[in-house]
Design a protein around this ligand. Structure first.
Ligand code: FES
Length: 200
């Protein structure tokens, strides 16, 4: 006669003559490994997709902006008829890096005499010839670019044949304060062309 099995379920099965249901088949190790690998791959793809999309879209956003208004000074800081240069400071960012604020260019502002249609006019200080910085003539009678002697009136009109076009005017807006804030839409333009073509 067989000795009864030590396991309780097996003993009961042995005693009653019934058979216990077989345990469910375990998932093969190879299948488990494939499943884990696929899940990890999906996770990595999702993490990489977010900055990737930002990188692709960032240039589109930059191109569409067409320049931004910068607060440059207060109207009371400008003397009528006297040009003043101001640096334009911007913070830059791309898909990965946020750069600290730094000068990206400069503008010339001239407050107009009372009664004029515009209170302030602004010029890009980059020369339309080849992009050097425009300054004021030593005798204070107009603008001069020291690189190849492009010369302009204080209205930005050329006074010789070096520059291909007048100085590039920029949009100006004044706030509604008692001492208005002077804001300039800072843009850069292609050099060495007769046409004023904004850079993206
Ligand atoms: S860059 Fe100004 S004159 Fe040439």
């Amino acid at each position: 006669m067989d000795a009864p099995p030590a396991d309780t379920d097996a003993y009961e099965s042995h005693r009653t003559g019934s058979r216990a249901a077989p345990p469910p088949p375990a998932m093969p190790r190879r299948g488990l490994l494939a499943l884990a690998t696929a899940a990890l791959g999906t996770l990595i793809a999702a993490v990489l997709a977010v900055p990737g999309a930002a990188f692709i879209l960032t240039p589109l956003k930059r191109k569409g902006s067409g320049g931004e208004f910068h607060s440059v000074t207060r109207l009371s800081q400008l003397e009528a008829g006297v040009p003043r240069s101001f640096a334009i400071v911007e913070e830059r960012r791309d898909a990965w890096v946020h750069y600290p604020r730094e000068p990206v260019g400069s503008v010339w502002l001239i407050r107009q005499q009372p009664g004029q249609k515009e209170q302030v006019i602004a010029f890009q200080s980059e020369c339309p010839h080849l992009g050097c910085a425009i300054n004021i003539k030593g005798d204070q009678t107009g603008f001069l670019c020291p690189c190849h002697t492009s010369a302009f009136t204080f209205e930005g009109q050329p006074t010789n044949h070096v520059p291909p076009r007048p100085m590039d005017r920029l949009e100006v807006e004044l706030s509604a304060d008692e001492d208005p804030e002077v804001r300039v839409k800072y843009q850069r333009f292609r050099t060495a062309t007769e046409e004023k073509i904004p850079l993206a």
